[in-house]
Design a protein around this ligand. Structure first.
Ligand code: ZN
Ligand code: FE
Length: 255
């Protein structure tokens, strides 16, 4: 039986995710922006909460950790590098580590850039990547702590995952991301189509996450710094991809 993943909208534009493994009956939460919607989703599904996986230290990803831990007795997992600024951790993880939640294997990837110590959780058997504010739908997180080169490296490693991986990112920013993306990649038909689909989803009040990695590779400018069309648009033909990435990020910051 495949795992079940439930998207939980929190605060104004955050997403938390519940991953339930039917064989073991275990449930993991990825990020804890706000307790009430997560409690309601657990109740609706009839699940206990066994694990909380933290991606990074920002308040809109950790504020509800202690409340939920106290209520459900969940074990909390997060980056060793960030242990000093995360809620108390029962398991400290680092890049390249793997652990399992029941029968579901989880691989840890350091994806620093948005913050230093930001991790992503990849569950190969579920074809699921929980990327929070690293790789986002049609975008990537703002560089609060890391350098463009660091984020470019982080995203390049995520881009190398199997193309049918579903990307569960941390916010509903896709429509705004699309408005920027089209300015650096105006002739990309896949991007034009995706922008239209995203607009329709938002009119229907549907989330635009998760997204398929193949779709991100075709349309997300932050994964496309090597694209000749984008390089031509930026007047940066043949320049190294990390330099082109830095320019795309700079333009997005000023957009
Ligand atoms: Zn953040
Ligand atoms: Fe965030």
């Amino acid at each position: 039986m495949p795992v079940k993943i439930v998207t939980v909208p929190c605060l104004s534009d955050n997403y938390a995710y519940l991953m339930h493994a039917p064989l073991s009956g275990l449930t993991a939460l990825i990020d804890a922006p706000e307790a009430a919607p997560i409690e309601n989703a657990l109740k609706e599904q009839g699940w206990n909460l066994d694990f909380i996986l933290i991606t990074h230290h920002h308040a809109d990803h950790i504020d509800a950790v202690d409340t939920l831990r106290a209520k459900y007795g969940a074990s909390v997992i997060g980056a060793q590098a960030d242990a000093h600024r995360l809620p108390a951790l029962d398991l400290q993880v680092a890049d390249g580590m793997a652990f399992s939640l029941g029968q579901v294997g989880v691989q840890v990837l350091d994806v620093s850039g948005h913050t230093n110590g930001h991790v992503a959780y990849y569950m190969p058997s579920a074809k699921a990547l929980f990327s929070a504010d690293s790789l986002m739908a049609l975008g990537c997180g703002r560089l609060f702590e890391g350098t463009p080169a660091q984020m470019h490296d982080s995203l390049s490693r995520l881009a190398a995952l199997p193309k049918d991986t579903m990307v569960y990112s941390g916010h509903e920013y896709t429509e705004a991301n699309g408005r920027f993306a089209i300015t650096v990649d105006p002739d990309n038909n896949d991007l034009q189509d995706r922008i239209a689909a995203v607009a329709q989803a938002r009119r229907d009040d549907e989330p635009t996450v998760p997204s398929r990695l193949s779709e991100e590779l075709a349309t997300n400018p932050f994964l496309r710094a090597g694209s000749p069309a984008i390089q031509a648009q930026l007047d940066m033909i043949g320049l190294p991809a990390d330099q082109v990435f830095a320019e795309i990020r700079r333009r997005k910051d000023n957009f």
